[in-house]
Write a protein of this length. Structure first.
Length: 115
């Protein structure tokens, strides 16, 4: 499931979820499926995961970044907006104390800042 989300394969992700894959499982790097989809900007995959109960503010086990932080870090405004609409906490900080807004601002991702 994580690889399907990493590469944006929504139909494969759907099939795996239908086969009872754990939407909150993490890989050896501590990344979950939602974090992977958010980082790569796959809003349809992220939405699918949330529709099936993925934890919106799950943190990766290495950096403490949530899906919202990862989307903001790379400038994926559509994903960030969808995550916020689904209840993502904009005030969560990663292990170094940076929030999604801090990353979006420091990398000049104005489309994310305006969300």
């Amino acid at each position: 499931l994580i690889l399907a989300c990493w590469y944006g394969h929504v139909e494969i992700a759907r099939a795996l979820i239908d086969a009872k894959a754990d939407v909150d499982m993490v890989n050896c790097d501590g990344n979950g499926a939602l974090n992977c989809a958010a980082y790569h900007g796959f809003v349809n995959v992220a939405s699918l995961l949330l529709q099936h109960g993925a934890t919106v503010d799950i943190e990766d086990k290495v950096t403490g970044k949530t899906a919202l932080i990862k989307a903001a870090y790379v400038g994926h405004a559509q994903v960030a907006q969808m995550l916020l609409q689904r209840g993502a906490n904009k005030d969560v900080a990663d292990n170094q104390g940076y929030t999604a807004l801090a990353f979006a601002t420091s990398f000049n991702h104005t489309s994310v800042v305006s969300v």
